[in-house]
Design a protein around this ligand. Structure first.
Ligand SMILES: C[S@@+](CC[C@H](N)C(=O)[O-])C[C@H]1O[C@@H](n2cnc3c(N)ncnc32)[C@H](O)[C@@H]1O
Length: 264
């Protein structure tokens, strides 16, 4: 029994967002598509991310591979069961990598030229997600996208035993806010909107800052953080439904917005 992309999207919000990212990547010049995720599955039929990415490649006749990183071997077994149940033929496209992402993700990144879509969904602590994000950004293809689950704290859940006292994007967000601050120059915005900005225009241009205001004060005074953020000049991002954040180069995010006009 096959589960189509459309059925996956209806079943789970996370699957729907992964599909939106996969669809937004221009595959014209891609020979071997690389999807890389951290966090495979936490319970049967909830762990659809690996399956849905492999099914997408198959349904769209794309070459390439799915790399799924998971530290709990039983979770990989659950994911294998899902793939066996809905698409035995996809098994050869998937490489499950067992271990701590801090070790396994850099190892996988050495093996691939670029990453086209990444899903940062490991949990644990946002420092891991920030580390993963930095490593992924270096290898992201020009049109690639990095999807991060949970911008904010999540309440405890009986479905997941791991810690969730922070959102995975919680330490990535401040860098995006700094990027906006550094890119914010009245002259730059004036060029875009044809007049000097008033506060309403500034609010439109500073999505991260206006969303995450409480962090701003300490961060903007920190030279090290400012110098790191200034490396991300060509970066842009959007918020997807279900508390998820997606980051890519300006052109890639513009494509995503084009396909999904309601995105924040
Ligand atoms: C939310 S679940 C992943 C769900 C899956 N991506 C989906 O959409 O169905 C998070 C998973 O990340 C794993 N995980 C947490 N920290 C990790 C780390 N540092 N390295 C590898 N896996 C990790 C957990 O064991 C858990 O299985």
């Amino acid at each position: 029994m096959t589960l189509s992309i459309k059925e996956c999207a209806e079943k789970l919000h996370r699957a729907k967002n992964i599909i939106s990212c996969l669809q937004a990547v221009d595959t014209t010049d891609i020979q071997d598509f690389v999807y890389l995720e951290i966090g495979t599955c936490f319970k049967e039929d909830e762990g659809l991310s690996t399956y849905v990415a492999a099914r997408f490649l198959e349904e769209n006749g794309l070459g390439g591979k799915v790399f799924s990183h998971e530290m709990i071997p039983e979770h990989v077994e659950e994911s294998r069961k899902i793939v066996r149940k809905y698409g035995q033929e996809l098994l050869s496209r998937i490489e499950w990598v067992i271990g701590n992402s801090a070790h396994t993700v850099p190892e996988t990144l050495k093996k691939v030229d670029t990453v086209d879509v990444a899903f940062v969904d490991g949990g644990g602590h946002p420092l891991f997600s920030l580390f993963e994000f930095e490593a992924l950004w270096e290898k992201l293809s020009l049109g690639g996208l990095i999807l991060v689950d949970d911008c904010n704290y999540l309440p405890p859940s009986p479905a997941y035993e791991g810690r969730r006292d922070y959102g995975k994007a919680q330490l990535i967000m401040p860098f995006l806010m700094l990027m906006e601050y550094i890119n914010f120059q009245p002259g730059v915005i004036a060029k875009k909107i044809g007049k000097l900005p008033d506060s309403a225009a500034v609010i439109e241009e500073t999505l991260a800052i206006t969303t995450m205001t409480p962090f701003m004060k300490e961060l903007f005074g920190n030279d090290r953080i400012r110098s790191i953020a200034s490396q991300f000049q060509d970066m842009d991002f959007a918020f997807l439904g279900g508390n998820q954040l997606v980051i890519g180069r300006k052109k890639a995010i513009a494509r995503l917005r084009n396909d999904n006009p309601k995105l924040l």
